[in-house]
Design a binder for this molecule. Structure first.
Ligand SMILES: Cc1ncc(COP(=O)(O)O)c(C=O)c1O
Length: 407
């Protein structure tokens, strides 16, 4: 025994919060496994299995000895080529394979991007509501998040005027995500272009997260994907595009994402990854090649199912007294304001905050939703519509009964 107090976690790691979305998901799944009829609206992943031809490509890869060994840290050459070709085809952005670094999901690609760009104290503009991981990832990389507030009234879209008002000499980067998690908002091309021009004019880097690019519906599905460095070509030299196979191909567990950046940044990211995680699992990379180069019919089918559920959820939510939700045009989330439900009688109970409302919903009516606090905006809930149609109707019906009582 010694009296010396041993310092525990570093300040950096000690300050990270557990991912609220993953925590709620884990709790709901545990309650479900214990036999409770929980309807889970908390999940941020497609409920479909990965398409069979992709799984078959992985099985085949398992049998190739080349896949049993280390491969280049930046990714399998054939996958980097496939990503460059896919990017040109889907968004019109011309890039070389050398600009692509394959990472362990979009999440690692984002962290790599922030680590490559930020020095201590550099400011990063981040519209709220934001996906839970961004501020933690920015902080881990030494950056300081500057929030740009948006709300349901503005359709959760940040404006150039708001960005300009938040700009300081320390502003280094903007995080731009369209379609958005958690709101499902999709920026019109004219807005994407205006924001891109503003970033170009002020020498601000853009980290643009395109992971939901293929999940667009209604009016947003009528035009091609609006990628910022395509609409503002001069911006490409100060842009990092982040993308991955997780959401489009129901491949969240396979952990394949990527960044596309100018050569000098890509080299830095590849070096960083060579010392942190090395290559992504080769079998998963082979599966990603099959996803990007194979038939796309499953993507069309999954998108149609999401669109159907989106319309059902939006209609049912807006029929509930005190709930108001703008139409989400992308991803697989509704993000209603529930401010009018707070401090109100809900079948004999009350919730003062959206966290309390989410707790009440889980315990009393057995539906799992994520409170807006997880995304920097109290007073809202995030509901994923990546679940079966019948479960969806059952869950929202329970929510309506909680609010309306026996009416
Ligand atoms: C906006 C956004 N970006 C990136 C990711 C990361 O996806 P993955 O790491 O599974 O590729 C997610 C996942 O929820 C997301 O919602």
């Amino acid at each position: 025994m010694t009296d010396v107090a041993v310092r525990r976690t570093s300040r950096r790691v000690g300050s990270i919060a557990e991912s609220a979305t993953l925590a709620i998901d884990a709790r709901a799944k545990k309650m479900k496994a214990a036999g409770r009829p929980i309807v889970v609206f908390g999940t941020g992943e497609p409920d479909f299995p990965t398409p069979v031809h992709i799984v078959a490509a992985a099985e085949e890869a398992c049998r190739q000895p080349r896949m049993h060994h280390y491969t280049p840290a930046a990714g399998l050459p054939e996958l980097r080529e496939a990503i460059a070709a896919k990017t040109l085809q889907d968004s019109g952005l011309e890039v070389t394979a050398a600009q692509v670094v394959v990472a362990n999901g979009g999440k690692q690609a984002l962290y790599n991007s922030f680590a490559a760009l930020l020095d201590p104290g550099d400011e990063v503009l981040l519209p709220t509501p934001y996906w839970t991981t961004y501020p933690e990832s920015i902080a881990l990389a030494g950056g300081v998040t500057v929030e740009i507030a948006t709300d349901d009234a503005s359709g959760y879209l940040a404006t150039v005027a708001q960005l300009e008002a938040a700009r300081t000499p320390r502003t280094r980067a903007l995080v731009f995500v369209s379609p958005s998690n958690p709101t499902g908002a999709v920026y019109p091309a004219a807005e994407v272009q205006a924001i891109g021009r503003w970033a170009l004019e002020h020498g601000i880097w853009v980290v643009t997260d395109e992971i939901y690019e293929h999940l667009r519906y209604g009016a947003a599905a009528e035009s091609p994907y609006a990628s910022m460095p395509v609409l503002v070509p001069e911006l490409a030299d100060q842009t990092i595009v982040v993308n991955g196979v997780a959401k489009t191909y129901a491949m969240t567990g396979w952990r394949v994402g990527w960044s596309i950046s100018p050569r000098d940044i890509a080299t830095g990211i590849a070096n960083l990854q060579s010392h942190s995680s090395s290559n992504v699992c080769n079998v998963a990379q082979a599966a990603a090649v099959a996803a990007l180069t194979g038939p796309q019919g499953d993507v069309v089918e999954m998108r149609a199912a999401f669109d159907r559920r989106r319309q059902t959820m939006l209609r049912m939510l807006n029929e509930i007294d005190g709930v108001s939700c703008p139409e989400p045009l992308g991803a697989f989330y509704c993000y209603p304001s529930v401010k009018d439900l707070l401090d109100r009688d809900l079948s004999g109970q009350r919730a003062a905050t959206s966290i309390e409302l989410a707790e009440l919903a889980l315990e009393q009516i057995e539906i799992a939703v994520v409170p807006g606090e997880a995304f920097g905006t109290p007073g809202y809930l995030r509901l994923s519509y990546a679940l079966g149609d019948d479960d969806l109707v059952e869950g929202i019906t329970r929510f309506r009964q909680l609010v309306h009582g026996s009416r």
